[in-house]
Write a new protein. Structure first.
Lengths: 247, 351
């Protein structure tokens, strides 16, 4: 029988440990497919900080570095400076990137560091059990804002793509959502463009991907998927920075 | 050829000579000459210098560069080293070879910028979280700083471990004649087939310090401590000065050891049989040397001299193990004692 669909050759034959309905698995696959299509999958180093995807490197037949919470852009900077010909990416959650690691993120961006950040914005801390993230939307309940996020006590959510787009350093920043098949395909296109920019040595790229965490929000996977519409209203998808000017 | 070198700049050039091509740092007094020097020197040798956004970022850049197989260094001073300690723990856990220089200053908190040795515990007892050690060198002259820099990179590679060099502004800012060794041949540096640098074949090399299964983690702890046992066996460095017939043994390291050596000479001139033990490695500690001297008939007492409220003295007491009395003389806050203070303490201090 002819095989019509399978994992990319970059992905190992091991079961993913993510919850049902979680977006991490989809994005893992997209990264593998993109790098395979670019024929760039032999020279890859992935940097995975703590978060639900801390073991991400186990799923790729590529070099992998585990990083401390928030420090992946700094670690990736070190890797890239030693191995400039390799494609180096970080894979970070929103707590990791936008809270404890904000300084590393902003400064890698403003240096125009030639790395790609894959930023999973699921609006919550998944790994530690559903605490409030810097991206949790107003009114949303998390285990450390059980009455819902209130701007008076918890402040406002951060829009990272918009913020980084104000910098001169980044080459390419886009926000996508894995809400539908079309959204997944758009995400794949964005990831490919980001890695192509890195390959062409154009500098820093980040794809912010709106994602689900059904476990953290105590939702059925199907409801979490539908609920993503709300996130997309607050975090509009689109290209926020492109030094080539494309949309 | 010997040249007049400022301590900090000598260390920077010695790192270049040792094949270090990656440096990540953040400004803090009194170590600024190291990043300043390397900011122009690295580009000359096709190396990388980055002024990171913080010490936290700097040590994590070190972690990444070391993971990818680069010879890499960072430097800072006490408060900055505190910020680096999480990263140093990760480097130890993930077995990243790297060199960390602490031109330490007086604390706690923001403290002051004058010389101090209050970071001894942080350097030798871990500093960061978890069960780990760094090989720690404490030079007492600019030439020794240079020589130990070369050694530090080699030992970091040999043990796949972070190596720390600890000193203070006294040595960092002082100018002394020193000779930088010739440039190593970069092609002759150890090959690192474990390095996560990507390459033209499919392979999955992983650098990590996470071991979720307690069995795995305990095995990893044992693996690390086998390395530390080998360091204890092979890497101890210590200078004994006039100890053969000594009645009082002074113990001091780093810049203070120079002052203490002058005190030993003055005491000898006054017919008091003093000697000096100068640990050059703070970890592994020269315990055996002190054990031996504790049993030596002539020795009546030990005095530890430090620029702190008393930190290394605990390791001296552990080594001497109650066989002879151990006293302590220290100055803190950035005040550096003069030899006559030590002489007076030996003559008048507790027996
Ligand atoms: C210094 C430090 N602080 C806290 C933690 C605990 N911690 C691990 S993952 C995590 C948050 C992960 O959330 P996010 O980055 O949003 O990723 P997700 O799990 O949602 O994919 C936290 C706080 C840690 N490992 N290290
Ligand atoms: S906790 Fe949330 S982010 Fe983590 S694997 Fe489960 S669904 Fe995904």
């Amino acid at each position: 029988m002819k095989k019509v669909f399978g994992k990319s050759r970059l992905q190992n034959e091991v079961p993913l440990h993510y919850c049902p309905g979680c977006t991490h698995g989809i994005v893992h696959r997209l990264i593998g497919e993109v790098l395979e299509e670019m024929n760039a999958d032999k020279n890859v180093v992935g940097v995975f900080p703590v978060g639900c995807s801390v073991f991400g490197y186990n799923y790729y037949n590529a070099d992998g570095v585990q990083a401390a919470h928030g420090r992946a852009p700094a670690v990736a900077t070190g890797v890239k400076r030693v191995a400039p010909k390799s494609l180096v990416f970080t894979y970070q959650g929103d707590g990791d990137l936008a809270s404890i690691g904000m300084a590393e993120t902003v400064h890698a961006a403003t240096r125009g560091e030639n790395i790609t950040i894959v930023f999973i914005n699921n609006g919550i801390y998944g790994m530690t059990g559903g605490q409030m993230a810097p991206t949790t939307m107003l009114g949303d309940k998390a285990s450390t804002c059980p009455m819902g996020r209130d701007p008076k006590t918890h402040g406002h959510p951060i829009k990272v793509s918009e913020m980084l787009a104000t910098l001169t350093g980044p080459a390419y920043i886009e926000r996508t959502a894995c809400d539908t098949v079309a959204g997944v395909l758009k995400t794949k296109k964005a990831l490919k463009k980001a890695f192509e920019y890195q390959q062409a040595e154009l500098g820093f790229s980040m794809i912010e991907i709106l994602a689900t965490c059904p476990t953290g929000f105590h939702m059925r996977p199907s409801d979490a998927q539908k609920d993503m519409k709300r996130a997309m209203d607050f975090y509009p998808v689109g290209v926020y920075k492109d030094i080539k000017g494309g949309k | 050829m010997k040249k007049l070198w400022k301590g900090n700049e000598a260390v920077a050039e010695a790192a270049i000579a040792a094949g270090c091509r990656f440096f990540f740092g953040y400004p803090i007094t009194p170590q600024n000459e190291i990043p300043e020097y390397l900011s122009w020197r690295m580009p000359e040798v096709n190396g990388t210098f980055i002024q990171a956004e913080s010490e936290v970022s700097a040590i994590n850049m070190v972690y990444g560069a070391g993971a990818a197989g680069g010879r890499v260094m960072t430097s800072s001073s006490s408060p900055g080293i505190s910020l680096k300690t999480e990263g140093i723990s990760y480097c130890a856990g993930a077995e990243i070879p790297c060199v960390i220089v602490n031109i330490s200053r007086a604390g706690p908190g923001l403290g002051g910028i004058q010389p101090a040795q209050g970071d001894y515990f942080q350097a030798v007892k871990g500093g960061g979280h978890g069960d780990y050690k760094c090989l720690v060198y404490a030079p007492s002259s600019v030439q020794e700083f240079v020589d130990l820099t070369a050694k530090a990179f080699d030992k970091a590679d040999e043990y796949r471990s972070p190596v720390m060099m600890i000193s203070d502004g006294l040595l960092g800012q002082m100018m002394e004649p020193a000779e930088i060794p010739p440039m190593v041949d970069l092609n002759k540096l150890p090959k690192k087939d474990w390095a996560t640098c990507g390459n033209d074949q499919y392979r999955q090399r992983i650098i990590e310090s996470i071991h979720i299964s307690p069995d795995d983690l305990e095995a990893h702890n044992h693996h690390l401590f086998k390395k530390y046992a080998a360091m204890q066996k092979n890497e101890v460095m210590v200078e004994e000065y006039k100890c053969d017939d000594a009645e009082v043994i002074l113990v001091a390291y780093g810049s203070v050891a120079r002052i203490t050596k002058a005190a030993v000479d003055e005491l000898r001139a006054q017919k008091i049989k003093a000697g000096l033990v100068r640990p050059i490695t703070l970890y592994p500690y020269p315990t055996a040397c002190l054990e031996k001297l504790a049993k030596q008939k002539s020795v009546k007492r030990f005095i530890t001299v430090e620029l702190s409220m008393g930190q290394m003295v605990e390791d001296v007491r552990l080594a001497v193990n109650g066989v002879k009395p151990v006293d302590f003389y220290g100055r803190a806050g950035g005040i550096v004692m003069v030899p006559s203070e030590i002489v007076d303490f030996v003559k008048g201090g507790k027996k």
